[in-house]
Design a protein around this ligand. Sequence first.
Ligand code: FCA
Length: 330
Amino acid sequence: MKLMLALPVRAGVALALFVVAAHAAAPAVKIGFLVKQPEEPWFQLEWKFADQAAKELGFTLVKIGATDGEKVLNAIDSLAAGGAQGLVICTPDTRLGPGINAKARAANLKLISVDDQFVGADGKPMTKVHHLGISASKIGGDVGQTLAAEMKRRGWTAADTAVCAVTLDELATAKERTDGAISALQAAGFPANRIFKAAQRTADIPGSFDATNVLLTQKPEVKHWLVCANNDNGVLGAVRALEGRGFTAETAVGVGINGTDCIVEFEKAKPTPFFGSMLLSAKSHGYETAKMLFTWIKDGKEPPLDSRTVGVLITRDNFRQVLKEQGIRD
Ligand code: FCA
C-alpha cells in the first residue's frame, strides 16, 4: 500500500521536474517589427498593436525604424545575432524584397511583409513571401466614390471642378489606390480630361505639398478641387497647398487613407478641405501579423500567403466614435 502511494507521487514529482525543465529549454520567441517611416502615426499604431500581441501572447518584440536598405540589412543581422526567429517588415523600398528574403532565409528567420508587398527582379509582386496588405484598389475606389458624392452634394459642375491625384506610382499599393480612386470618379461620370496627377518626389507631407503647388500654378482657373493620394499625408500636403491659394472646406475636398494621420486635422475647430479618410485596421496590420508570426514560430502553423484588409470612411462627424470602437482612442 505504501509503495503504491509512493510510486505515483514519485512519478508526479518527476513529471513536474520534466515540465519545468522542458519549459526552461523552450527558446523564448523574439520577433522584429521593422517599419519604413517610424514617424508616421500609422506605423506607430502598428507598433502599438504589435506590442499588445507581445504582451498578451508572451514574446519579445523588437521595434526597428528601418528607413533605408542599409538599416534593413543591419537590422536583420542584429536580430539574427540576438536570437530572434522572425520579422515583420514594411520595407522602405519594395525592390529590396529579393535581398531581404534571401538574408532572412540565410539567417533562418521567418518573414512576413506588411503594407508594402515585395517586388521581385522581374518587377512582379513576390507572391511566395507571406504578406498582409490592404485591398488597395477597392479602398481607392471608395475614396473616388466619396469625392464624387461630395461634389454632387455641393452642386459643383465638372466645368468648374478638377481632380488632383497625388501619386506615388513607384509603390504598387499607392498606385492601386490612386488608380482605384480615378476609376471610380470616371465611373461616376467625372471627365478624364479634368483629372490631373501630381507625382510626389518624397512620400511625406512636403513631397505632396510641392507636387500639388506645381499643379495649382498650372491650373489657376479651377474653382473646386477634389483630392486623392496614397495616404493621409499625401492629402494633407495637398490641402496645405490648396489653403495657401485660398481654398477652403467650401471650395475643395480631399479624402485620405489610413485614418490615423489626420486626427489632428479633424480636431481643428474649423473644417479644412480634408473632408474624410478611409480608416485602415492598424490592429490587423500590427497585432495580427505579429501573432501570425508568433504561432508560425512556436507551433509551426504557417500563415496564409496573402491577406487583405478593408477600410471604413471616417469624417469630422464620426471619427471619435469609430476610433473608440476600434480601440485606437479611449
Ligand atoms: C503604405 C503607406 C502607409 C499605409 C500603409 C498601409 O505603406 O505608405 O501610409 O497606408 O501602406
